[in-house]
Design a protein around this ligand. Sequence first.
Ligand SMILES: *[C@@H]1O[C@H](CO)[C@@H](O)[C@H](O)[C@H]1NC(C)=O
Ligand SMILES: *[C@@H]1O[C@H](CO)[C@@H](O)[C@H](O)[C@H]1NC(C)=O
Ligand SMILES: *[C@@H]1O[C@H](CO)[C@@H](O)[C@H](O)[C@H]1NC(C)=O
Ligand SMILES: *[C@@H]1O[C@H](CO)[C@@H](O)[C@H](O)[C@H]1NC(C)=O
Ligand SMILES: *[C@@H]1O[C@H](CO)[C@@H](O)[C@H](O)[C@H]1NC(C)=O
Length: 217
Amino acid sequence: MAEKQDAMGRAPAPSHVNPYGRVDEEVAEVAERDERRKKRMKCFVYLVAFIVFQTAVILIFGLTIMKVRTPRFRVRSASFNTFNVATANTNPSFNIQMLAELGVKNANFGHYKYQNSTIEFYYRGTKVGEAPVPKARAKARSTRKFNVIVDLSSTNVPTNLLADEFRNSAIIPLTSQSKLRGKVEIMKIMKKNKSTNMNCTMEINISSEQLGNISCR
Ligand SMILES: *[C@@H]1O[C@H](CO)[C@@H](O)[C@H](O)[C@H]1NC(C)=O
Ligand SMILES: *[C@@H]1O[C@H](CO)[C@@H](O)[C@H](O)[C@H]1NC(C)=O
Ligand SMILES: *[C@@H]1O[C@H](CO)[C@@H](O)[C@H](O)[C@H]1NC(C)=O
Ligand SMILES: *[C@@H]1O[C@H](CO)[C@@H](O)[C@H](O)[C@H]1NC(C)=O
Ligand SMILES: *[C@@H]1O[C@H](CO)[C@@H](O)[C@H](O)[C@H]1NC(C)=O
């Protein structure tokens, strides 16, 4: 052990033993640790903020754009090609060819592709006509309109029921029912089967030969 000694015979204190140097180092170390902790804290805060932001974006995205809404299927209007209505008490009847405009309202941010179906018309519970609904595709956020021709006939309606109706009013009340089965596809990633029911009530005004009071639920 050959430690150098100074004139006074004391071993020179190594720098890390120097009380002042040691304090300096400790201060520096504490400051550095503090700095690192602050940095980590900052990083953490940024990360949390980022996650919150991302979650909000995904939520908003999911609740608006990616949300699958049920399309609405309804009767929009109609005109008549033939209009034969006999209101006579003895032999009341109707034979009407109706050109009905139907609408498939698709509020989704993606198209709605539906299969072949049929639409049926009823007079007070008795079926009086039907028409095919060909398969098609309703574009994103739009209403697809198309026409169907349907022959409405009172053949199966009890005569007394019709006679009563015509005695009291000059209208033919109708209901229409249909079900579309199809698929909503949003941005190629979201595909979901979605069916929609039509349930409309309407009235044919016999004197004006017009369809009115259409109400769908
Ligand atoms: C859909 O209807 C059309 C005619 O309207 C027919 O040619 C086609 O085969 C039908 N498709 C299915 C899957 O029933
Ligand atoms: C969606 O409908 C099709 C027929 O239109 C069927 O084959 C398929 O299994 C359905 N998918 C789901 C998830 O219900
Ligand atoms: C259609 O709506 C009427 C009420 O307006 C209701 O009594 C009837 O059950 C509905 N039919 C279907 C198939 O939803
Ligand atoms: C049928 O139409 C005529 C002419 O537009 C109108 O005067 C009459 O009030 C209508 N009837 C009903 C029941 O709405
Ligand atoms: C619609 O229906 C209401 C009652 O349901 C009736 O008072 C009104 O006259 C109808 N309007 C038309 C245009 O048929």
